[in-house]
Design a protein around this ligand. Structure first.
Ligand code: SAM
Length: 188
């Protein structure tokens, strides 16, 4: 066992859930690392839809995906993830990932925020098939602040426990407001 990052933690669960041929969504594509991870798991007959509001992010992701020979199974969409339900049919998606915050290597002015993240999560959950998984990497502190972190956890705690299982993990001994990986599993 190594020094699990918040994305490593989510990737472990995603890799257990995703099968070849699946449809997955990366709600925050950024530089494309999570998109590429999903694309490698869905195989040549699967598909990943990747959202971002920054063309520069999608350009970087496209470059990475082409270099890894994965671009043919990925649809990159320049749109806000709150419109996620316009791109997939309810009950058809194996996994949805959110890696919140700002584009690594980009400016900090453009970042996810509660006003669009909460509608995006709410619109994304019904897209999951039974047993499907949503992972959310939440950051807090520094210039990210606490509003989105608090709002997402508050919202997730209200989900019907018969329909969704929500698990938020904590890095107990890390200083300075460590990130939080969250799993949401659709039970029925
Ligand atoms: N998964 C990425 C990777 O592997 O490189 C990192 C994602 S980065 C932490 C967060 C991304 O979310 C940024 O690229 C940002 O532009 C994007 N973003 C911010 N608001 C968004 C929104 N409303 N809809 C979709 N993407 C958004």
């Amino acid at each position: 066992m190594d020094n699990l990052s918040v994305t490593d933690w989510c990737h472990r669960f995603l890799s257990q859930q995703i099968s070849p041929g699946d449809l997955c969504i990366d709600a925050t594509t950024g530089n494309g690392h999570d998109t590429a991870f999903l694309a490698s798991l869905v195989g040549a007959n699967g598909q990943v839809i990747g959202f971002d509001i920054q063309q520069s992010a999608l350009d970087a992701a496209g470059k990475l995906l082409r270099a890894q020979g994965l671009i043919d199974r990925v649809r990159l969409v320049l749109d806000s993830h709150e419109h996620i339900d316009q791109y997939a049919i309810p009950g058809t998606v194996s996994c949805i990932t959110f890696n919140l915050g700002y584009l690594p290597g980009g400016g900090h002015a453009i970042a996810t925020n509660a006003a669009t993240t909460l509608p995006a999560i709410a619109a994304g959950l019904p897209l999951l098939k039974k047993g499907g998984l949503m992972t959310i990497c939440i950051y807090q502190g520094g210039d990210t602040g606490f509003e989105e972190h608090d709002a997402v956890l508050r919202y997730l705690s209200t989900l019907d426990p018969k329909t969704y299982l929500v698990i938020a993990s904590t890095y107990l001994n890390r200083p300075n407001h460590p990130p939080k990986p969250v799993l949401v599993i659709r039970l029925k």
